[in-house]
Design a protein around this ligand. Structure first.
Ligand SMILES: NC(=O)c1ccc[n+]([C@@H]2O[C@H](COP(=O)([O-])OP(=O)(O)OC[C@H]3O[C@@H](n4cnc5c(N)ncnc54)[C@H](OP(=O)(O)O)[C@@H]3O)[C@@H](O)[C@H]2O)c1
Length: 279
């Protein structure tokens, strides 16, 4: 496994399992396969409604809790102080663990309101982060992070939080012509320069991605995959990991789970890098 160093000096596996859309027995099975295959990072969220299933998989595994990195998220309606404290407690209960390794704000509340034009509850970032710092102080959370933050919001969060913001989880994959939500490599640069690891969601440009699989249809990817004896998905994941991102592809298929972690045994040639950059 490759690792990414977080603010504070600890390490996070560079490849993890995303679990959005995995429910009940399918989720438990996928997490059990993933742990057996060698995954040590599991990404979930209160909103995914699968933390109890993940908890069951963790309990049935013989891998010590200390070797597994669990990342989860507080939903945007619960970003007020009491809401964060309460939902963090629910998360620990559902997962049946004493602590999680990373707690993220799933979405910034004001950005969501701008996007949807609906008068929802706006919580000042300061209040949210004060609660995040409190659950950290209580030992319920080992690292704090955010998700879907642009440069400005990230900077505000870093200024307001006493505990470092270790991770920004964002929509990041090789560009394709359809997906406009993909973040630019300049956000990645900003994060890395300020010691914030980028956790790339939709790294296959699939799942919840508006492009929905168009990236994996790219003839450029297919050509490189053919040269490397890999699949297009493995090429897309390797590219994202090579940018320094932690990648969390979701899969409920044992075959795909094996493929997605099997990307450490090859490197791109200069010509292949140029082709990928051209995307
Ligand atoms: N913070 C946020 O706001 C946010 C938003 C979205 C997602 N996320 C997180 O990021 C994770 C990943 O994002 P995502 O699930 O939207 O998209 P993704 O990981 O880019 O794509 C998942 C899709 O790709 C397929 N797939 C997986 N491995 C494959 C392979 N080797 N070959 C071909 N197809 C493959 C999966 O199908 P199979 O199951 O059949 O393999 C699934 O349909 C989520 O599960 C979640 O944990 C976070």
């Amino acid at each position: 496994m490759r690792y990414v160093k977080l603010a504070g000096g600890e390490f996070c596996p560079a490849i993890g399992l995303g679990t959005a859309g995995l429910l009940e027995d399918n989720c438990e099975q996928a997490v059990r396969w993933a742990l057996d295959i060698g995954y040590r990072l599991i990404d979930t969220a209160w909103a995914y409604k699968n933390q109890s299933s993940i908890g069951r998989a963790l309990r049935k595994s013989s891998i010590p809790r200390s070797e597994i990195f669990i990342s989860t998220k507080i939903w945007r309606d619960n970003l007020n102080y009491d809401g964060v404290i309460e939902q963090c407690g629910q998360i620990l209960n559902q997962l049946q663990v004493d602590y999680v390794d990373l707690l993220l704000t799933h979405w910034p509340s004001d950005a969501h309101i701008r996007a949807r034009h609906e008068p929802t509850n706006i919580t000042p970032l300061e209040e949210t982060l004060s609660a995040f710092n409190e659950v950290y102080r209580q030992g319920k959370v080992r690292h704090l992070g955010v998700s879907n933050y642009d440069q400005d919001l990230l900077h505000q969060a870093q200024t307001l939080s006493k505990v470092p913001i270790s991770v920004n989880q964002v929509h990041f994959h090789l560009p394709d012509s359809i997906c406009t939500e993909n973040v630019s490599t300049s956000l990645l640069d900003t994060c890395q320069k300020s010691n914030v690891a980028v956790m790339a969601y939709c790294p296959l440009g699939s799942g919840w991605c508006p492009g929905k699989g168009s990236l994996l249809q790219s003839p450029i990817l297919a050509g490189i995959a053919n040269q490397q004896g890999k699949t297009s998905a493995q090429i897309a994941l390797k590219w994202a990991m090579n940018q320094g991102a932690i990648i969390i592809p979701k899969s409920g298929s044992e075959v795909h789970l094996r493929q997605n972690i099997d990307i450490l045994d090859f490197e791109f040639t200069t010509e292949q890098m140029q082709l990928l950059d051209s995307l």
